[in-house]
Design a binder for this molecule. Structure first.
Ligand SMILES: [Zn+2]
Length: 68
C-alpha cells in the first residue's frame, strides 16, 4: 500500500513523512487507548523504519512504559 503521508504532533515540533504503510492496520478498544486518545478506540498502522523519515523534533521524542 503506497502512500505519501505527512504528520506532526500537536505543537508541531515533531514532524514525519511516511512513504508506505504495511497492510496490518487495526483498532484497539482497551481502556488505556481510550484514555490516551479520548475516544472509544485508537487506530494503529504499521510502518517499516525505511519508510519513515523524521523531518524534525526526533530528539524530543520520549518513551512511555505502561503498567500491564
Ligand atoms: Zn489499547
Amino acid at each position: 500500500m503506497s502512500s505519501d503521508y505527512r504528520g506532526r504532533c500537536l505543537c508541531g515540533a515533531v514532524t514525519y513523512h511516511i512513504t508506505q504503510f504495511e497492510t496490518d492496520i487495526g483498532h484497539c478498544h482497551c481502556t488505556m487507548c481510550q484514555r490516551f486518545h479520548g475516544a472509544a478506540f485508537s487506530t494503529f498502522g504499521e510502518v517499516k523504519l525505511e519508510n519513515l523519515e523524521w523531518l524534525s523534533g526526533y530528539e524530543q521524542l520520549k518513551e512511555f512504559q505502561a503498567e500491564t
